[in-house]
Ligand binder design. Structure first.
Ligand code: A3P
Length: 335
């Protein structure tokens, strides 16, 4: 359990709500359209987006039914493999910078995912009302599937991170193959690529995920900050400064002079996090059916690694899909 999370599970969602959601869940997982998944063998399509038919999906139903936004809430949203772990670490360190010393910082002993609840899963057996404000929450769900009160609250903030789809696909493939149980038949990179190209991937279609947040950001730029992994890698100081300003915690001139931004970046860097014992061992259990080894969240942390794994034909195909999907949106991925 992370430093900012209550150590005790409590559950104020009433039994009858759980029963109602359980019933809805059971009905939906047998009736919704399905296709192949990489980690779990099947994904189901709920309101346009692909979910594993495990309790994370129940969490999404609960989140929509029960979650009440606070004006101080901060949501970190992302499709998987776009830099969520890094952004969680950066946001946690930025928001809590006056609370913790760098030498004894919780991120030295806690995996970033345990510093911030992943709401889609967390809500299934935790009381989100018990979390102190400002709540730092994360979600992989599409914008249209976030709780209505979060979307409609003019004050609660959303930080979204996206990444070039080729790197997302490759990162997701290797991540998923580590987690796919040996009892399921293997899936080749070619087959996984076909699924990704037709939009079938966890929480995807990827382009629709990105564009949903992009359109929302165009309508409410004061509510949604849109980040690109590649740009953050290129100029992290600029983006962490921007992140702090957006979250209402700008760095003071003294902090800048004292090198606080650089300290945060050092603490959250790929090299630092991967050198820590906590990120080499142990697991994050998001829901009982999904425990992820902490080391699995880190692979290379590079921009453009996909060119080492995709054939020229695959690159051409995904570039073409990207061009078609983004046409007329005014959006471009970072390079
Ligand atoms: P690669 O598989 O390309 O290496 P997510 O956190 O959304 O699951 O994304 C995982 C990707 O972010 C992985 O990419 C991982 O290596 C990279 N990553 C994890 N921690 C990082 C960090 N501190 N800095 C930069 N990239 C990081």
């Amino acid at each position: 359990m992370g430093p900012s999370l209550p150590s005790q599970q409590s559950n104020i969602i009433e039994e009858n709500v759980h029963e109602k959601i359980n019933q809805q869940f059971e009905e939906l997982i047998t009736t919704l359209p399905s296709d192949k998944g990489l980690i779990v063998p099947t994904l189901i399509n709920y309101k346009g987006f692909w979910y594993p038919p495990v309790s994370i999906f129940k969490g999404v139903l609960l989140m929509q039914d029960q979650f009440k936004a606070r004006s101080t809430d901060i949501f970190l949203c992302s499709a998987p493999k776009t830099g969520t772990t890094w952004l969680k670490a950066l946001t946690f360190a930025t928001m809590n910078r006056s609370k913790f010393e760098f030498a004894t910082h919780p991120l030295l002993t806690t995996v970033p995912h345990n510093c911030m609840p992943y709401l889609d899963a967390y809500i299934t057996d935790h009381d989100v009302e018990a979390l102190p404000s400002p709540r730092l929450l994360s979600s992989h769900s599409a914008y249209s599937l976030l709780p209505k009160s979060t979307r409609e609250s003019p004050d609660c903030k959303i930080v979204y991170i996206c990444r070039n789809p080729k790197d997302v696909f490759v990162s997701d493939y290797f991540f998923s193959m580590k987690l796919r149980a040996p009892m399921f038949p293997p899936i080749s990179m070619e087959e996984a690529f076909d699924l990704f190209c037709k939009g079938v991937c966890m929480y995807g279609p990827y382009f629709e995920h990105v564009l949903g947040y992009w359109k929302a950001r165009l309508e409410s730029p004061e509510k949604i900050l849109f980040l690109k992994y590649e740009e953050m890698r290129r100029d992290p100081v600029k983006h962490v400064k921007h992140l702090a300003e957006f979250l209402g915690k700008p760095f003071s001139a003294e902090e800048e002079k004292a090198g606080v931004i650089e300290e945060i970046l050092k603490l959250c860097s790929f090299d630092k996090l991967t050198s820590l014992e906590v990120n080499k061992t142990g697991k994050v259990t998001f829901v009982p059916e999904m425990a992820v080894g902490n080391e699995t969240f880190y692979r290379k942390g590079k921009v453009g690694d996909s060119k080492n794994h995709l054939t020229p034909e695959m690159i051409e195909r995904l570039d073409k899909i990207t061009e078609e999907k983004l046409k007329g949106t005014g959006f471009a991925f970072g390079e």
